[in-house]
Design a protein around this ligand. Structure first.
Ligand SMILES: [Zn+2]
Length: 235
């Protein structure tokens, strides 16, 4: 049996390229800028492919978005609480500098910015800046809002979460996505208040929404709507 390739349009996961490899031992999934590539061993059932996609599809789509975005010399992020510019410099390696939410990511003038390795390093640098800012402002703001509204949480962690802005465990452990720092202050507060409300109401019942609305000065519906316009997959 030889290698065969087949391209299909999946209703949920978009373009998928299937490669049959007689020597493959298990299903391998990879993200490419324009497709999800799946390598299949002999005798793979359709249900095996579907199961693999259900399990890994979300993270592959995120990876796909990441690698399809090019970071060029003019790249910048200009948000109310976070600014970042790229700068060509006479330095030996990529370097991140900055404070108070203003960052500069410098790269050596000797390297080609479009190279895959450079792109990956710049992406790591941008994420490091976002994480730095997130650790600087998010736990402090959570503490402030918790004290202001007398809502207790047990711990806070700041994570590189693309799928959720925040979460709260039933023990009151709050987790916040680093990408919150790319939002305006009122939406950061909205997400934090949402998680703090879960320390009282561990559900999305009418009582939960009423409490959240009270803490947001009756503007929670509008804020919730605004939040939908923001995405975490900026790089
Ligand atoms: Zn919730």
């Amino acid at each position: 049996m030889s290698r065969k390739e087949l391209s299909v349009e999946h209703p949920k996961w978009g373009t998928i390229r299937l490669t049959y490899n007689p020597r493959a031992r298990h299903i391998i999934l990879r993200a490419h800028p324009d497709a999800i590539i799946i390598t299949l061993p002999p005798n793979t059932k359709n249900s095996d492919i579907e199961n693999a996609l259900e399990k890994y599809g979300d993270s592959l789509k995120i990876k796909q978005t990441e690698i399809s975005k090019k970071i060029d010399a003019d790249y910048y992020l200009d948000r109310p609480l976070f600014r970042l510019n790229i700068q060509k410099c006479d330095i030996g390696r990529i370097r991140l500098t900055g404070c108070n939410g203003k960052y500069i990511l410098q790269y050596p003038s000797s390297i080609e910015i479009t190279e895959i390795e450079t792109q990956e390093e710049l992406r790591i640098g941008i994420t490091a800046a976002i994480r730095h800012r997130a650790e600087e402002i998010l736990p402090a703001r959570l503490r402030e809002l918790s004290q202001q509204h007398k809502l207790q949480y047990s711990s806070v962690s700041v994570r590189k979460s693309h799928t959720r802005w925040g979460s709260c465990s039933n023990k009151g452990a709050i987790s916040l996505s680093i990408y919150l720092v790319l939002l305006p202050q009122e939406l950061i507060d909205y997400v934090i208040l949402h998680e703090l409300c879960h320390t009282i109401e561990m559900n999305h019942s009418p009582r939960f929404w009423a409490l959240l609305d009270k803490l947001c000065n009756c503007s929670s519906k509008g804020l919730r709507l605004q939040l939908k316009y923001y995405k975490t997959d900026i790089i």
